[in-house]
Ligand binder design. Structure first.
Ligand code: BGC
Length: 770
């Protein structure tokens, strides 16, 4: 039997994008529903086929493979049996049309749960997740995701496939952009904030959506940073690093979990009972449901793990997977397996129940339809734009600012050159997911600067040579997808664009050079082997700097790039990631000092892709880097990052002092208080992120040189001082011991550091006693 699964990532993307391309006519949409049933009563009325349909998520358009697999069009399956969920439905009208089929035409009138990747905004597009993590401001992130939730829910989407919480220690991996970087503590804080932002205290509220934490688990450790490749992660690293943000999301009440694509220690995550049963349900008590990644059930065959569709459905289901995303494998095989006695009805019921309960909790029976009349007003709420603009200001990271080149003083400047292949970019500022929902108008960096300086300053623009992926993206030929490769140029066209860019820079008082990666260069299936500024950008950078005029490098990208030369020769460097549709405004606010940068890196910034994977929280080893005469790593490059994890500058400066630990000795199980004074030693107000790191000196296992265990973003007026307090309790001091095979807090000596990044010098210590 043939499956509906796109055979490779290319067709997966094509199909998803096609979904958004479909334009459909619609009809009358009465806003009425039924009263909520009791989930068990409903279950008792369902046939086996209707139950299996609830375990299926259907593509929101007819996919030939799906039709062949299940023997009917997705819509007809809804008519006949209903459906658990439908994804990739392009418009609200179309969502309502599907819902009418389910509610009016299916036997039990069970409404559909509509899912979509609302990752950092639906209409108001916020900075990409890695950018939001750079804010170290969970409250801001929660606020942004609550706007995303309200917009999506109004549009008829009740379920978002986020947050993505995969720890990423290898910048070659394209999906680093979708998560919170390399650290489990910061990652957990961002996971929690996003779940709360999407779901609120209860996702049954009409302006909330159910979240889906993904990709469970270990996807970020793909071999060589190659997307979809296998991950080999020892159990201690799973518990201590990769699983922590998932646990935080579960503790925050996330309603659903998405299984990952890759093999984890040779068992595909979508058929991995250890992950979905032992960890998620047994150890963590998760009560929601697990959906596969797109077509991942069918992929169990591709992996060489399942013999055929029948085996794939059986293996995924018995591993604990409730819902099959878009492959039709459950729909094709599960009912027969019950009839053959291989799966019991009790097991089917247990898998269906949380899906029905979710629909009831979401109020779908009472309010199955989206109110299209409300949509424009909600999507265009002016306060959402302001929240997005603030998010940009708080997410950017100032990496370098020689001689206080920034902020620019528009009263002193007569002309600005805004140069580079991303200077006038719009949809590329949204990143891949941001561009794929229903984004509002995007303000380019060029436009943001023009609006900021008005007529008083001459702003000249030059694009420079186009940049493209060497191996084209799947999206390039799909008309609907708004993110495109930049057109191919002849050598002559590229040279002319290069010369124009340099000439434009030469004629201006200052150049803002906007470089990095178009949206298609980061994200799913967008890994790369080198982090260099691609497509001649490095040459343009050096030529523009050679004009002798001041240069500010503004980076737009989804991962750290190799900027060693820039880090020595360019006046200022501002990392903006993919800033979303208020990008131009927020960045102009920063460049001209209407806002002060205070973001800090959520990743260690490599000097070269050859250093990868690179992360600050490694163990000390036989030859630690702080040992005298340390020479033992590479002999051709430093083993240290260019910028450490946690690093970020401001337009002012901060000093740390007076680190105090409440007790020199405390009993295992008790909590210690740590305090530190931070002072703004510069002449303007600004934010810093106070970070607390610990190290356990000995124990049943080697412990990382440092581990982040607390942080607080603070705003201080010039000259102001504040004492910041942290608690180190059992939660912060425990780790999963590979020797004891459980969580332990050990009676040992601990170091503590506080400061502005992971190399903080201010030190204290304490001892835990038995
Ligand atoms: C991605 C997921 C996404 C899903 C649905 C997959 O290709 O890996 O992150 O949620 O598609 O669009």
């Amino acid at each position: 039997m043939k499956s509906c699964r796109p055979r490779d990532g290319r067709s997966l993307f094509a199909i998803r994008s096609l979904a958004f391309f479909v334009v459909i006519q619609i009809c009358s949409l009465p806003l009425w529903g039924q009263s909520s049933p009791n989930a068990r009563d409903l279950l008792s009325k369902m046939t086996l086929e209707e139950k299996v349909a609830q375990l299926s998520q259907l593509p929101g358009f007819p996919v030939p493979d799906f039709i062949q697999q299940v023997g009917m069009k997705p819509e007809d399956m809804v008519r006949k049996y209903g459906a658990g969920s439908v994804l990739w439905v392009p418009t609200t009208k179309e969502i309502n049309r599907w819902q009418h089929i389910a509610v009016d035409e299916s036997r039990l009138h069970i409404p559909i749960l509509f899912g979509l990747d609302v990752i950092h905004g639906y209409h108001t597009i916020f900075p990409a997740p890695i950018a939001m993590a750079s804010s170290w401001d969970p409250k801001m992130v929660e606020g942004a995701q609550s706007v995303a939730a309200k917009e999506a829910r109004t549009a008829g989407i009740q379920w978002t496939f986020g947050p993505m919480v995969d720890i990423a220690r290898d910048a070659r991996w394209g999906r680093m952009v979708e998560g919170a970087g390399e650290d489990p503590y910061l990652g957990s804080a961002m996971a929690r904030a996003q779940v709360l932002g999407f779901q609120g205290a209860d996702f049954s509220a009409p302006d909330r959506v159910m979240a889906c934490v993904k990709h469970f688990a270990g996807y970020g450790a793909a071999d060589g940073g190659r997307d979809y490749d296998s991950s080999y992660i020892p159990e201690e690293a799973m518990w201590n690093v990769y699983l922590r943000p998932f646990k935080a999301a579960v503790d925050a009440g996330v309603g659903s979990v998405m299984s990952a694509y890759m093999d984890l220690n040779d068992v595909p995550a979508t058929g991995n009972r250890w992950l979905m049963h032992d960890v998620l349900r047994e150890a963590w008590g998760f009560k929601g449901f697990v959906v596969s990644d797109a077509s991942a059930v069918h992929s169990l065959i591709v992996h060489g793990y399942a013999r055929d569709g029948d085996d794939a459905a059986y293996k995924a289901f018995s591993a604990g997977l409730n819902m099959d995303m878009a492959s039709g494998t459950y729909a094709a095989f599960l009912a027969a397996q019950v009839k053959q006695g291989r799966i019991s009805m009790k097991e089917i019921d247990a898998a269906v129940l949380p899906i029905l309960e979710t629909k009831i909790r979401l109020g779908l029976f009472e309010h199955p339809y989206a109110d299209e009349g409300k949509l424009e007003q909600v999507l265009n709420a002016p306060e959402s734009l302001q929240i997005a603009r603030t998010a940009v200001q708080r997410s950017v990271v100032l990496l370098r600012n020689e001689k206080n080149l920034l902020p620019l003083d528009k009263t002193q400047i007569k002309s600005i050159a805004v140069v580079g292949p991303l200077a006038d970019a719009e949809s590329d500022l949204l990143g891949m997911w941001g561009a794929m929902t229903r984004p509002g108008k995007t303000v380019s960096i060029l436009q943001g600067i023009r609006d900021k300086v008005g007529d008083a300053v001459k702003v000249e623009f030059a694009h420079g040579p186009n940049i493209r992926r060497d191996i084209p993206s799947f999206f390039e030929n799909i008309p609907f997808v708004p993110i495109k490769e930049q057109p191919k140029q002849t050598e002559e066209e590229a040279r002319k664009a290069f010369d124009d860019a340099v000439a434009t820079a030469k004629n201006a008082d200052v150049t803002v050079l906007v470089m990095g990666e178009i949206a298609l260069m980061s994200g799913e299936a967008a890994s790369r082997s080198s982090l260099k500024l691609s497509g001649g950008q490095e040459a343009l950078l050096e030529a523009v700097v050679a004009t002798g005029r001041p240069v500010i490098l503004v980076l737009v990208n989804g991962r750290p790039l190799e900027i060693n030369w820039a880090a020595e020769h360019v006046g200022a460097i501002l990392e903006t990631w993919y800033p979303g549709n208020q990008g131009g405004n927020g960045i102009a606010d920063i460049l001209f000092g209407d806002a002060t940068p205070g973001g800090h890196l959520p990743v260690s910034w490599p000097r070269s892709s050859a250093q990868l994977p690179l992360y600050y929280n490694h163990t000390r080893t036989h030859a630690p880097e702080d040992a005298p005469n340390f020479t033992s790593r590479y002999w051709d490059i430093s083993s240290k990052p260019l910028y450490p994890f946690g690093y970020g500058l401001s337009y002012t400066s901060f000093a740390f002092d007076n680190l105090k630990v409440s007790q020199a000795e405390a009993k295992v199980g008790s909590s210690l208080q740590v305090s530190v004074d931070v002072a703004n030693t510069g002449s303007r107000a600004g934010d810093t992120v106070v970070q607390l790191y610990i190290h356990q000196r000995a124990g049943s296992a080697s412990r990382p040189v440092r581990e982040l265990k607390g942080f607080q973003r603070v705003n201080l007026a010039a000259g102001a001082k504040q004492t910041i307090h942290f608690t180190l309790g059992p939660e912060e001091l425990q780790f999963w011991s590979p020797v004891k095979k459980t969580w332990v807090v050990e009676p040992e000596q601990f170091d503590v550091w506080a400061g502005e990044d992971s190399t903080a010098k201010l030190h204290g210590e304490f001892h835990l006693t038995p």
